[in-house]
Design a protein around this ligand. Sequence first.
Ligand code: AQP
Length: 332
Amino acid sequence: MEKKLVFSGVQPTGSLHLGNYLGALKNFVDLQKNNECIYCVVDLHAITVFQDPKELRDNILETTAAFLASGLDHKKSIIFNQSSVSGHAELAWILNCVARIGWLNRMTQFKDKAGKDREKASVGLYIYPNLMAADILLYKSTHVPVGADQKQHLELCRDIAQRFNNDFKKNIFPIPEPLIQKNISRVMSLRDGTKKMSKSDESSYSRIDLKDSADEIVKKIKKAKSDSLPIPESLSELDSKPEALNLLNIYSDLNKSTLEKTLNEMKGKDYSYLKNKLSEILIEIICPIGKKITQFLDDKTFLEKVINEGSEKANKIAQKNLKEIKNTVGFL
Ligand code: AQP
């Protein structure tokens, strides 16, 4: 069987949350067991929206700490920050000239993030998906674990790779495959079940941060929106109750169960029952990760060493591939 080369990234835009863990990090850890993996703290992506420089530096270290605390092993996987390998930005420029404006205009995340005031969004935010394609293709990655929210960007990356290969009549890039979490691919906000849980949501009650204490978890889950009626019997009844569905989904995933089994166990009960069970399992799984993040952050020299070593390894692969890509394009 062909060996997978896995690439994925996380933006250092704040403390990581349960959505990042269930939608990405948990999967990253499983994948590192049998595959070559490259995990990147994507700081170039972060600055598509203004970041305070001091906070950005802290967040790069904190995201690295969260990678390690979740179980990533820097000896097995390459862990580094994007801006330390210049190949990402170089390839992004080449791909800017391959991607079509019409393709970018279809990206829903830009529309969501830019909001109504699109004219004032940075150009970087608009071409963010091209940089994401460069991140993946720079290493000739074959598989990309992403949350469902990133699926459209990965499809664009596949189109760009295909177009590059066709334009230059050479099979330079593999066409990367998405690896989407089976059970829960999208963790929603605890305040609004139609919005994804996000670092940048103004309300901290909308998310469980990986560094939350047991008390904070209990408080946030207590305050989470649910439903006034008891837990229903069937999946179809949850269609119109996105907040209730989200809590049941999170519980099922953490409990390594299915939504059907959870409903069977909880039908007819009040949401306070689910919330107690959910708080317990969150405390059991998330609090140890949070403690490890804090411990790693106490040793910044170690975190910097992990990043520097990872950058060196990533740069070696990037330079080799970039040489071939530049030669293909016709650069001297
Ligand atoms: N709510 C989520 N459910 C499932 N997966 C999620 N991911 C993020 N939020 C959820 C996945 O985590 C990985 C890293 O995401 P990111 O932090 O680089 O970017 P993002 O998706 O833009 O995350 P946020 O929290 O919404 O950040 P801000 O607020 O800064 O934009 C990705 O694989 C993503 O799918």
